[in-house]
Design a protein around this ligand. Structure first.
Ligand code: MN
Length: 215
């Protein structure tokens, strides 16, 4: 009886540590909480399909390949973003960024934040309108590819951070609450060069309930 049990444990333990296929599939493409056409006309079905199904899928595939044989093989996504550099950081950062991005929108989005988050925004910028203007200006003024984030520190104080390329406020010890993607792949099919117009439209689909939960 003991021998059988011991063998079972051995086989199980062995599989856990030697089965590489499990490691290769460590990171998965998140499912969208809406249909690909659900955010139209702010973001077209075509843009969502490319952005989620091609760009994000590529980051996921890249990271699954890159982590093999590194100290990050069993690491959580956020740990890789905080500690890794180079291609590992870039692909992990973009997965974290897009996971936050795609889950902060809703076909029933728009309106304004409520509760504690609304109070914190008012405390920092005076009003939701002034916060929006500052956020749009940060996104429009970011040179090249990157992200504009609303983030909070450990005391709940809010700030807007501009991050180039795969950057995320977690690398500064902050918690990301809302992120607008200003890589051209996020808007070029629908808005071409008009990044500022795209940013202005995005407020119509922000799911403030989802963002509020992050605060
Ligand atoms: Mn993107």
């Amino acid at each position: 009886m003991f021998t059988v049990l011991f063998s079972i444990i051995l086989v199980f333990t062995n599989n856990q540590f030697t089965n590489k296929t499990e490691n290769i599939m460590q990171f998965e493409l998140i499912k969208l909480p809406y249909a690909p056409e659900g955010l139209e006309p702010v973001i077209s079905k075509q843009t969502i399909e490319f952005h989620h199904g091609k760009h994000l899928q590529t980051y996921v595939n890249n990271l699954n390949n890159l982590v093999v044989g590194t100290p990050f093989e069993q690491a959580a996504l956020e740990t890789i973003v905080k500690e890794a550099e180079g291609a590992l950081f870039n692909n992990a950062g973009q997965i974290l960024n897009h996971n936050l991005y795609f889950t902060q929108f809703s076909p029933k989005g728009g309106g304004h934040p409520t509760g504690k988050l609304a109070a914190a925004i008012d405390a920092e910028w005076g009003s939701f309108e002034q916060f929006r203007a500052a956020f749009e200006a940060a996104g429009a003024g970011l040179f090249g590819s990157g992200w504009v984030w609303l983030a909070k520190d450990s005391e709940g104080k809010l700030s807007i951070t501009k991050e180039s390329n795969a950057g995320n406020p977690v690398t500064k010890g902050l918690t990301p609450l809302l992120g607008f993607d200003v890589w051209e792949h996020a808007y070029y099919l629908d808005y071409q060069n008009r990044r500022a117009d795209h940013l202005k439209e995005l407020w119509k689909i922000v799911d403030w309930e989802a963002v509020g939960k992050r605060y």
